[in-house]
Ligand binder design. Structure first.
Ligand SMILES: Cc1ncc(COP(=O)(O)O)c(C=O)c1O
Length: 439
């Protein structure tokens, strides 16, 4: 799959990774006997034979190959801004939205979106604390106030029941974030937004190509953003996209950071008269980044599907283990993965602590880690009045805390490495078979 694009030599090839995985020919038989083998923690043979460096290689990202190189090289030979408009056109078609504007990253796409909202100062936006700062901090530039919402501790996504409890008369918008490629239930989000007269926005920084109810994420929200930062599912090292269902939002978001555009708006646009100046900043995406994204767009779906299929190969086995929980995907959704395959440990059902399980898995050669993501509402910027015209309330968010006590992150393999995946499954089964020893 993804390694097909690699320009690398033998060291990057699937064959090399398989060779490094070593002695896997007897995989099935070994797997069945694993419960009886000593844990690596106790000096037994580790279940995963691939060296750490090989495992890092199997999760390498981004991977740019000949098509991406050709796209960049052709622009270097014929410099120009054309790839930006080409990308915006292709993006609005692929993501079924009437308007798309590329920005220099996801953070500035978010800032432009908050500017376009055009809400009175003091208006509140429902937003998870379990997210990257960019989803939230740009609000303060426009007098908006984050209204922190908990996440469901089993999905890491926006918890609508909690949002209901946190509604105030000042809440005017909501920003679900599709964390790690898992779609929020967008029909429920849309119904909630309608019921309470809120602008529905989407942060799709992690979920390029995922969908809900047959509609691409990024086409549900009145405005949505994507990131093309290096780790993301469609990477350009740096870059971002805003998508807009309404022309006025599109023109206002554009006028904030793209002085070259207002002169091209239709004659009746209320932003056309600002031609020659932007209303704030200069946020044009680097055309090299636009060319990089565009060259990958036709491959996005196949890449996402191959990655998800490989996660299934692992999770279909390990999610059977007592106390190990996979985030449930809404029935009518297609999720994607990026960066991590995250599961949760219910310690009482597993009969062992997360710390002990992770330690035992690591000894078996699994690149597992206890995941605790920094929560925004606990950061200094939200507690200090000097940064806010209307300081945000700092709540308790027990679901977010629970997620941080229970999440285990595994690598998301970007190469086709079935034998390594099977060894991971065997390592889990071996640790689980002997977990009573772990305490
Ligand atoms: C959820 C989320 N939203 C927004 C962003 C901002 O994107 P960018 O890094 O392109 O500015 C990120 C980046 O990591 C993110 O994780």
């Amino acid at each position: 799959m993804r390694n097909d694009q690699s320009t690398g030599g033998a060291s990057h090839s699937r064959r090399a990774i398989l060779a490094a995985a070593g002695a896997v020919a007897a995989g099935g038989a070994i797997g069945r006997a694993r419960g009886a083998e000593s844990l690596a923690l106790e000096g037994g043979r580790p279940a995963v034979s691939a060296a750490p460096a090989r495992q890092v290689e199997a999760a390498r990202w981004p991977i740019f190959g000949p098509e991406e190189e050709a796209a960049v090289l052709s622009l270097l030979r014929n410099p120009g801004y054309g790839p930006i408009e080409d990308l915006e056109r292709d993006w609005s078609e692929r993501f079924a939205v009437p308007f798309a504007r590329a920005h220099c990253n996801g953070t500035t796409a978010l800032a432009s979106m908050y500017f376009a909202l055009d809400l009175p100062p003091g208006s509140e936006v429902l937003v998870p604390s379990y997210t990257f700062f960019s989803s939230i901090v740009p609000m303060r530039l426009f007098g908006l106030v984050p209204r922190f919402v908990d996440v469901n501790p089993r999905t890491l996504n926006f918890d609508l029941d909690d949002a209901r409890r946190r509604l105030t008369p000042s809440v005017r918008a909501m920003l679900p974030v599709h964390w790690m490629g898992l779609p929020c239930p967008m029909d429920d989000m849309a119904a909630f937004a309608r019921e309470h007269g809120l602008a529905l926005l989407e942060d799709v920084a992690h979920a390029h190509g995922a969908s809900y109810g047959g509609k691409p994420l990024g086409s549900w929200g009145r405005m949505s953003i994507f990131s093309y930062q290096a780790s993301k599912p469609l990477p350009a090292m740096e870059g971002g996209m805003g998508t807009y269902l309404e022309r006025d939002d599109f023109e206002r978001a554009t006028a904030f950071g793209h002085s070259e555009h207002p002169s091209r708006f239709p004659a009746d646009s209320r932003y056309r008269r600002y031609a020659g100046a932007s209303l704030g900043l200069k946020l044009r995406i680097n055309p090299l980044a636009a060319a990089l994204v565009r060259s990958q767009l036709p491959k996005l779906d196949a890449r996402n599907e191959a990655g998800a299929a490989q996660v299934r190969r692992l999770n279909d086995r390990i999610a059977q283990l007592p106390g190990l929980v996979e985030p449930p995907c809404p029935p009518d959704a297609r999720r994607i993965y990026y960066a991590n395959n995250i599961l949760f440990l219910d310690e009482s059902k597993a009969g062992a602590s997360r710390e002990a399980i992770v330690k035992a898995l690591q000894a078996e050669g699994v690149r597992a880690r206890a995941l605790s993501y920094p929560l925004q509402h606990k950061m200094a910027i939200y507690a200090e009045a000097e940064w806010w015209r209307h300081p945000p309330a700092i709540p308790d968010l027990p679901g977010s805390d629970e997620a941080n006590r229970t999440a285990i992150a595994l690598p998301y393999f970007t190469s086709d490495v079935p034998e390594l995946v099977d060894q991971y499954a065997e390592a889990f089964e071996k640790v689980w078979a002997q977990r009573s020893k772990l305490g």
